[in-house]
Design a binder for this molecule. Structure first.
Ligand SMILES: Nc1nc2c(ncn2[C@@H]2O[C@H](COP(=O)(O)OP(=O)(O)OP(=O)(O)O)[C@@H](O)[C@H]2O)c(=O)[nH]1
Ligand SMILES: [Mg+2]
Length: 311
């Protein structure tokens, strides 16, 4: 992964090249669990955004750059559309709004296995949206081909959506067609990022996210949602990168669960996270995980800011 300096954001193409280039921002929007991060990763050919089977995995706006000879698409993955219950949710909603304001095209994902999932939230989003829209019906690999026409009809009558493209983010079905549609909607202009740049957020951000992903996968019920991750140390050693991270929970009782009997659960989270972090950094890692209680952090603006969630 390249994590170059964002200040290198200036027109990089020559004037003659610029005419034929299509460059701009595509913001992925949809209900939690619709497959936004999966689609984002598949389109980029890189596992940048964390994915779990649980809803509300993504909490931030995540930027990924796809540079092709004819185009540069800058994808923004976002948290799922929901009704805010915590300050954390308000920060997630703010991330969606910021990403949508940046968008040249909004890419709306509907989960084909749950097409009616909180339709009124999607309706409200569409009513307020002023950006060009492309809609995909995702997880098409999980539904019978015969059902697609019915789903299209449903989305047309309930949401006024037409020309919906059925895709499978997981298998990659129809993604070439999706990319062609997106590119034709992009403004002509120069590339906005260097050709070899894939991500903008620093490595530290992705490391904390991979730890959160491993924790999400090993915890049940409310616990994944009550958990925030910060890095205390990130130090390059001669043969290993040393990373110390804190898993913050909201209550003392949750701390015991995250650690598990004889520390088994925390160890498992550490093993899984380290494997993924080493794959990303392409070097050996020593990962030190700690669990701390930060009472009700999801409701407190100061804690949210400290954990990197911006309001
Ligand atoms: N079968 C199938 N599963 C998919 C597909 N796309 C995503 N999934 C699964 O759906 C679940 C949720 O995927 P995510 O990509 O995390 O969904 P998201 O929209 O980013 O969810 P939030 O971050 O919670 O808003 C994961 O278990 C994915 O593997 C698909 O095309 N087919
Ligand atoms: Mg996501």
């Amino acid at each position: 992964m390249t994590n170059s300096n964002p200040s290198s954001r200036y027109p990089l193409s020559s004037v003659s090249e610029t005419h034929s280039l299509h460059c701009g921002y595509v913001t992925l929007v949809g209900r939690p669990n619709a497959g936004k991060s999966t689609l984002f990763n598949t389109l980029l050919g890189q596992r940048l955004s964390i994915v779990t089977a649980k809803p509300q995995t993504t909490r931030d706006r995540i930027l990924g750059i796809l540079t092709r000879p004819d185009s540069q698409l800058i994808f923004l993955d976002t948290p799922g559309l929901l009704e805010p219950q915590y300050k954390l949710h308000e920060s997630m909603e703010h991330q969606i709004q910021t990403a949508v304001r940046q968008a040249d095209v909004v890419l709306l994902l509907i989960d084909a296995t749950r097409p009616r999932d909180r339709l009124q939230l999607v309706q409200a989003f569409l009513a307020a949206n002023t950006r060009p829209l492309v809609t995909v019906l995702n997880k098409i690999d999980l539904v019978d081909t015969g059902r697609v026409a019915g789903l299209r009809h449903l989305l047309s009558s309930e949401l006024g959506l037409e020309s919906i493209l059925p895709v499978s983010a997981l298998r990659g079905d129809n993604l070439d067609e999706l990319l062609s549609r997106l590119i034709t909607l992009m403004p002509s202009g120069p590339r906005l990022y260097p050709d070899d740049m894939i991500a903008e957020q620093p490595e530290r951000f992705f490391v904390a996210e991979l730890i959160r992903e491993a924790a999400f996968n090993n915890l049940e019920n409310e616990l994944p949602y009550a958990l925030g991750v910060t890095l205390d140390e990130f130090r390059e050693g001669t043969d290993k990168t040393y990373i110390a991270a804190v898993l913050h929970v909201e209550r003392q009782s949750q701390k015991g669960i995250v650690i598990g009997r004889k520390g088994v659960r925390l160890r498992e989270i550490g093993i899984q996270a380290r494997r993924e972090i080493e794959a990303m950094l392409e070097r050996p890692v020593y990962l030190d995980l700690w669990v701390k209680v930060r009472r009700d952090w999801r409701r407190r603006q100061r804690d949210l800011s400290e954990f990197g969630y911006h309001g």
